[in-house]
Design a protein around this ligand. Structure first.
Ligand SMILES: NC(=O)c1ccc[n+]([C@@H]2O[C@H](COP(=O)([O-])OP(=O)(O)OC[C@H]3O[C@@H](n4cnc5c(N)ncnc54)[C@H](O)[C@@H]3O)[C@@H](O)[C@H]2O)c1
Length: 446
């Protein structure tokens, strides 16, 4: 391969690559895309959780052909009006609001739900969705704990509708393209990958127990999580940093880049997980680490995850390095760079990525998400799980891999794991964190 040295050469190459690969690389031939456009069966969606990421779901749906957004499910009244207006702009009518997810599941003409709630709700909602015959676009991470990943896989096999996890880089054309090349030997035998994510998050303070605000249904917000008093620094968003509801930065953002690394390395579960980190930057209610480095040992390959939550952003906020015997590739949401082992640029591809590399943008959205939704819709239309870019069987491996990081950190020791199942070996105390307790009557059952 030739080195692309000038910007003009690079741009020419980049646009040729992107033009050639967009539809084909994301698994859509022009023919199959036309089929979607021409399909008469309009898919009816409900978006669940509309404050932040839910907006990106609306944008993506608005960019898909022959779909409708008929319902929303939200437990905080403050976010309903705006979302409804925007839905009306995109779909011609306001969606109907259903506050209680269980009631939403009784509505027969909803074909698919998209879930953008806090994480203690993800797997229970997805399982109820499947049981009600709905297809599920489920935000990452798909589970709050490893056992829920196992339940999701079992539920999907049993009830049949499809689940796509919202790790949208799986539908990024340039990522699919370069990973296919890596798998075909572009950088020789791959043996090391590093995923990183940096953000500059402030402190969350020390929460006070206060009366539940009138706009919020705290009972439904908690759902499957055992009941706790309402505090003023949990909702919205900061639940991410509490074990009871969230999963920390490793699952919040590591899921994206670790998944890319795992995909490129071609590995499933590790055999050993070693981690180090802490809540170093601020002293507040935040229960996870703000700085974390984890090594996943696969025997003949290593994956490293580095997450820094509270430190000034560098020019690169997130990305994945992949190393092989004949070179390396850096991949992020904007593009990729292929280097020789002596650091010479062999090929580059890049665009602006629609702001997707900007870790200050907490909502996400943009083309990758649209392509991920289109892929989901195409798979649903043809009822073909094999078409999904992120089916639950595979997505949950990335998610459980990162749950193991959290467990290792909490235990303060390395974990040996079964490379076939991810289950922790010879450590009953750590294995006790495989699942969680549920509020009575809310246990997910498959
Ligand atoms: N794929 C991505 O790039 C991406 C980007 C951002 C967030 N996310 C994921 O999306 C999810 C939501 O994140 P967020 O930042 O929007 O959180 P958020 O706290 O801003 O919003 C969550 C919304 O869910 C609502 N909610 C809570 N319980 C509910 C229930 N029982 N029924 C209906 N609605 C309920 C809340 O009221 C809130 O409006 C998280 O899992 C997050 O990891 C993914």
């Amino acid at each position: 391969m030739q080195k692309s040295t000038t910007r003009r050469n690079f741009l020419k190459k980049a646009s040729a690559v992107s033009a050639g690969m967009t539809l084909a690389s994301v698994g859509m031939s022009a023919e199959s895309y036309a089929r979607i456009k021409g399909a008469n069966d309009r898919l009816n969606f409900a978006v669940v959780g509309v404050r932040s990421r839910g907006k990106a779901h609306l944008e993506a749906l608005a960019d898909c052909k022959n779909v409708n957004l008929s319902h929303i499910c939200e437990v905080d009244q403050r976010y309903v009006e705006d979302f409804s207006k925007n839905t009306a702009k995109a779909f011609g009518q306001k969606p109907r609001l259903v506050k209680d997810f269980r009631k939403l599941m009784e509505i027969k003409d909803i074909d698919a739900i998209t879930v953008a709630t806090p994480e203690h709700w993800h797997a229970p909602m997805a399982i109820m969705g499947l049981q009600a015959g709905k297809h599920v676009y489920l935000e990452k991470p798909c589970s709050h704990n490893p056992r829920e990943g196992e339940l999701l896989i079992r539920a999907q096999k049993k009830y049949k509708p499809l689940i796509q996890m919202g790790n949208q880089q799986r539908s990024s054309a340039h990522t699919i393209y370069i990973i296919e090349k890596i798998k075909a030997g572009l950088i020789g035998k791959v043996y090391y990958a590093k995923a990183f994510y940096y953000n500059n998050r402030g402190p969350i303070g020390v929460g006070k127990e206060v009366p539940v605000p009138s706009y919020l249904d705290w009972e439904l917000w908690q759902g499957p999580a055992p009941r706790r008093p309402y505090k003023d620094n949990l909702h919205p968003y900061n639940w991410h940093w509490f074990w009871h509801y969230g999963t920390g930065e490793s699952l919040n953002n590591g899921t994206h880049e670790v998944d890319v690394c795992r995909w490129a390395l071609g590995v499933d579960y590790p055999k050993k997980v070693s981690t180090s980190g802490g809540r170093y930057h601020f002293k507040d209610d935040w229960e996870f680490y703000d700085t974390m480095v984890t090594g996943f040992d696969y025997g003949d390959k290593t994956l490293v995850w580095e997450g820094i939550s509270c430190q000034g952003k560098r020019d690169l906020g997130r990305g994945s390095y992949i190393y092989g015997t004949e070179g390396s590739v850096f991949i992020d949401r904007k593009g990729y760079t292929h280097l020789s082992t002596d650091n010479k640029v062999i090929e580059e591809f890049g665009g602006d990525g629609g702001g997707q590399n900007d870790t200050a943008n907490l909502v996400g959205g943009g083309e990758m998400t649209t392509m991920h939704f289109r892929n989901f819709i195409e798979a649903v239309r043809s009822n073909d799980k094999k078409k999904l870019h992120s089916p639950i069987d595979d997505a949950s491996i990335s998610v459980t891999t990162l749950h193991l990081t959290n467990i290792a950190w909490k235990m303060g020791r390395s974990l040996e794991t079964n490379p076939k199942t991810g289950r922790i070996l010879n450590d009953k105390e750590a294995m006790a964190m495989w699942g969680r307790e549920y509020e009575k009557g809310w246990e997910p059952k498959v």
